[in-house]
Design a binder for this molecule. Sequence first.
Ligand SMILES: Cc1ncc(COP(=O)(O)O)c(C=O)c1O
Length: 363
Amino acid sequence: MLTLNDKNLVHNFNSGPSVLPKEVFEQASQAILDFNNTGLSILEIGHRTALFQEVMDEAVLLMKELMKLDDEHEVLFLHGGATTQFFQVPMNLLNENETAAYLDCGTWGTKAIKEAKIFGNVDMVASSKDKNYTYIPKGYSIPSTSKYFHYTTNNTIEGTQMHAIPETKVPLVADMSSDILSTSMDFNRFSLIYAGAQKNIGAAGVNVVVIKKDILGKVNRKLPSMMDYQNHIENGSMLNTPPVFAVYVCMLTLRWLKQHGGISEIEKLNDAKAKLLYDTLDSLPIFRPTVAKEDRSKMNVVFVMDNPELEKEFLAECKANGMVGIKGHRSVGGFRASLYNALPFESVKALTDLMRDFATKNG
Ligand SMILES: Cc1ncc(COP(=O)(O)O)c(C=O)c1O
């Protein structure tokens, strides 16, 4: 099992940008002062130098290794956040007269659907909007004529997570922004995966796109150079100046994950953290998790209290005990504890101890 930060006088439950390993902060700080004993800062080296090429190459290699990707899949580091992928995906994959299937299970999926409609037809195969996205729809079918099927693996705001890859012959496209690298799965089953880096991969300012090459080259529209995945593949994610420092922080975070046993090891820690928190919530009637049990997210744990005054008090207690980022998203209210890869078990222990004390005092 991992032992992580000892810097955690602060317990960082932020939903993203979020906690990163202490070693990464130390190494990144050092690289700002003197990158690999070159006398230069990472902030002042050219992106076309061998120095940076090594960083990019290692970052790509680590993603491939950690995700156990086959040779058909390419890894890109691009700009514009996951939000750019909402439109870059349909722009590259969907012709105007074609239809893509989308699952509507949260705020981010809804945004992806809106953007896809600009480029082609969207078949919304199921939605959990009827219950404020507190569950993952099941029992829907994906028409075999769909160009691809898009879904969000983990709904960061609402706290639901898909725990299995949907069975379909249609190419799979997933927004994995908030649970990538946290749990083992067969990533090779996806034709396209995208994720903003600022949760489990590294620093904000870059997003990772994994593409199965055979899905490209099938649209008839002209693509702006910066929007064309093929162009980025051919240019090794360096069509223009990449976010050098953000890519470097990703590389350090990926190295850290590999050194700590990769996805299968971090998954054990993530399971233990989520179990402790959900078990505590289930045992204390003062707190109420909002999500259907079988669809609970291991990354973003959302819960409320029925008394708004007590919610305020609990939030103040969290603050007084060095816990940050625990306030729920404005659209859901209550609380959200994000338990990303780099969050130490001790932080969840501290939170659950506080919950028990609070329930005893106020129950
Ligand atoms: C699941 C999901 N998709 C997309 C986004 C948007 O990411 P970005 O801000 O990098 O565009 C987020 C942001 O938190 C997210 O959690």
